[in-house]
Design a protein around this ligand. Structure first.
Ligand SMILES: [Zn+2]
Length: 377
């Protein structure tokens, strides 16, 4: 333990952080099980748990019968509703927020359409949302605000956002001036990536790549439980990998990015074109067309996964997209990725196709919790 050399106070804080993280992961446990899992003495754990009890952050659920003689185990759980966090997701023409408890369960949420193209109009609106959320939920540990684009989480700047039409906007300063809560400015997809690793209960000591298909295509590498940002904040931007040099124009201005082939609007356009062609030629039936488009979409994605597997070699790739329910898509991704990747690498990379979409606002709220736990130690 790193903190050991720095004195007992730091050590105690580090132990508290580990206890909180463990309580969040297991939800229901006991002093004995905590001590065992964290390799701490029962005495150390009891001191921390008693302190949390006193603060009203823990519920004792009662004794469980143990076969062996000895002190009965008392089950304990965090009072997750006492430690809330909020995530506000900004998208083109919309704001969506969620307030979650410590276990990432949604307590409240709201979505509305608004003009997000002008920072001078949007920032005061965000200030108001933060203040309203804080007033309604005094237990908030913090708020994370997420954006699409090139986001510097350290400075809290949106350097560039094609979706919003923003360039070099300082988001953190106006929000910081208006609320006393800890704040975090992030990329929406990077926040969603954190939640995907938690939901799938993946090994946090390994690295995992999250790939999100929506209006655009984004990605993020989570390593040791943290999102890799990169030296100019664009690590993981797989959507702008050029896969067809003579292809269609992308939102970034270049030609043939992966996004122009597999994003929601791109695939919907292909489906629309093919289906309207149905009336002219009696070539293929509608299910056949869907199947063909899903197959080619899967092939494009699968070939883009190969360099990712080779260069980054993550333990798993998590695909969160609207096409996951189509077996033709899933199969094409797997087969194409397998065909274009070293066999050894491919067999050691888990591919997860999420059955349910992740809400980035939930991921943002989780990012607040993780920051809070890091700040304890
Ligand atoms: Zn692009």
């Amino acid at each position: 333990m790193k903190a050991a050399g720095k004195g007992p106070a730091l050590l105690r804080l580090n132990n508290l952080k580990r206890v909180m993280t463990q309580l969040r992961a297991t939800r229901i446990t006991s002093r004995q099980d905590l001590a065992l899992a964290l390799e701490l003495s029962k005495n150390t754990v009891s001191l921390i748990v008693d302190d949390l009890l006193e603060q009203g952050l823990i519920n004792e659920l009662g004794p469980v019968s143990v076969a062996a003689a000895g002190r009965p185990k008392i089950e304990i759980t965090l009072r997750a509703e006492k430690l809330k966090s909020a995530g506000i997701m900004v998208e083109r023409n919309a704001i969506h927020w969620r307030v979650c408890d410590y276990f990432s369960q949604v307590i409240a949420e709201q979505t509305w359409n608004t003009n997000t193209a002008d920072p001078a109009l949007l920032l005061p609106e965000l200030v108001e949302v933060c203040q309203t959320l804080h007033a309604a939920h005094p237990e908030l540990l913090g708020i994370a605000v997420g954006f699409p684009g090139i986001i510097d989480p350290q400075r809290g700047w949106v350097h560039f956002s094609a979706h919003l039409g923003w360039q070099d906007v300082d988001v953190l300063t106006p929000l910081k001036n208006a609320t006393a809560l800890p704040l975090r400015i992030m990329h929406n997809v990077k926040a969603a990536a954190l939640l995907s690793v938690q939901q799938l209960d993946l090994n946090k000591s390994q690295s995992h790549f999250y790939l999100r298909i929506g209006e655009g295509v984004g990605g993020a590498l989570v390593e040791q439980g943290e999102v890799l940002v990169g030296s100019s904040w664009t690590a993981g931007e797989i959507g702008h990998m050029q896969v067809q040099p003579q292809g269609m124009r992308c939102s970034c201005g270049r030609l043939g990015c992966l996004e122009t082939l597999v994003s929601k609007p791109a695939v919907q356009q292909q489906l629309g074109q093919r289906k309207s062609g149905l009336r002219w030629q009696n070539a293929a039936s509608e299910p056949q067309i869907v199947n063909e488009v899903m197959t080619s979409t899967g092939q494009h994605l699968g070939s883009a996964l190969s360099p990712l597997m080779q260069l980054v070699n993550p333990a798993s790739i998590i695909i969160d997209g609207p096409w996951n329910s189509h077996p033709a898509f899933v199969q094409a991704v797997q087969q194409t990725a397998q065909a274009s990747t070293l066999a050894f690498t491919f067999t050691h990379t888990q591919l997860h196709f999420l059955p349910q979409r992740i809400d980035p606002a939930n991921g943002l709220a989780l990012a607040v919790v993780e920051q809070y736990e890091r700040a304890i130690a």
